[in-house]
Design a protein around this ligand. Sequence first.
Ligand code: NAD
Length: 473
Amino acid sequence: MSVTETGGPTGAVGADAGGPSVAEQVARLRATFRGGRTRDRSWRLRQLGGLERMLTEAEDEFVAALAADLGRPRVEAWMADLAPTVAESRHARRHLRRWMRPHRVGLPLSVQPGSARWVHEPLGVVLVIGPWNYPAYLTLAPLVAAFAAGNCAVVKPSEYAPATAEVLARLLPRYTDPDAVAVVTGGPGETQELLAQGLDHAFFTGSPEVGAKVMAAAAPHLTPVTLELGGKSPVIVAADADVEVAARRIAWTKLMNSGQTCVAPDYLLVDSAVRDELVERLVAETARMRGGAGGGVRIVDARQAARLAGLLADDHGGTVVAGGTIDPEARTGEPTVVLDPRPGSRLLTEEIFGPILPVLTVDGVDAAIAHVNAGPKPLAAYVFTGSSRTAERVTREVPAGATVVNHLMFHVLVPRLPFGGVGRSGSGAYHGRFGFETFSHRRAVLRKPARPDPGIVYPPYDGRTERLLRRIF
Ligand code: NAD
């Protein structure tokens, strides 16, 4: 186990090097929270400002770490990890005053006289468990929400993105209140140990399988959980779609981070009328966007690459029309298109999370909707169509975390939209105001004057008082 000391700008000290234990770290954060300073708006604004400064001043360090962990080029590291985190934080800073405003409410006759309001108050010490695929953004965007809501936070970055975890552990305490944040590095054991502390909220981003374990570990302590999970996000391409644009947008978003994106297009359901044209354009666009580079794109590690190779080695019954080679040793995989794999094959039942794209031919939108609805509710559902009726139908009839019409993934960048799954793709949401609410308790406050204190409400009651009470309550 390695617990990072966050006691000052001197950097990381592991527990094995005599640093504090997980329990000691949590106790320190609890003491900070009890002290009350995190409730002030000015404290919250300073933390958000600190996060933004960290990402700006240390951009090179983050870019280098993301290159080491995931082979990301600078522009992708900036676009997909750093810029959206800064945007999320800026949005929170700008709107915090409004979000924190108390809400006055009227009183029913039975409670008058008096006054009532409800306020958002911080939960206390919260836990953020991050995944490896966007290891800065998906760890820091929940932290933005946690700070905006006035909490102390333990951050547990993914062990599969160790370079980014190291940068976070070293820099977070320098740029934000070191007594309000702790970075604990490690894997399942450390995460379970953190959950055993009975923290005030656990915010998890990762797979549905591990999400279930996190929920189970939180249950004995009644720690509330937000689960940002994954799944198979479908792309329906209708016969009336602009196929050229659809192909370009699908190719781009599937290539991003080599398909290792929770809201990546997982598989396509394409109307038979445009199937051949779409596949042809998709393959051509992918090659063009790679600038003529052959071979595979980078996969995070050999374990994930072996899993992807397993999906292709499976008896899927489809036709590989592009790519097909995954090399676990080199940690690379060719962008691969598999036409019409067998229903029930692993390609159509397991989340792909890599550069493989199964394409199913369907006879119209009805068949596509029926296919999606036969499985768990996806994190995102995409539809390419020229008809707003079709777009509305898919939105209404396919339950999903989000629906995007004629594009993919861009809903993530709208801070005024809630981001989260439904059913097996997750529960709870964040981004913007929704993140602030996730990390807040809505507390009711009722004030009554001591007098008047009409005796009529107190027993014993006779027929007359009962009649009166029935009118008031
Ligand atoms: P993962 O579930 O393997 O790991 C996520 C985190 O859980 C890591 O920090 C890990 O240390 C921890 N963990 C692992 N086993 C644990 C256990 N037994 N108990 C407690 N904690 C444990 O996920 P991953 O491989 O990092 O990410 C890929 C998955 O995450 C995909 O399913 C993807 O769709 C999903 N994802 C979802 C979102 C979203 O916002 N909804 C974003 C990114 C990724």
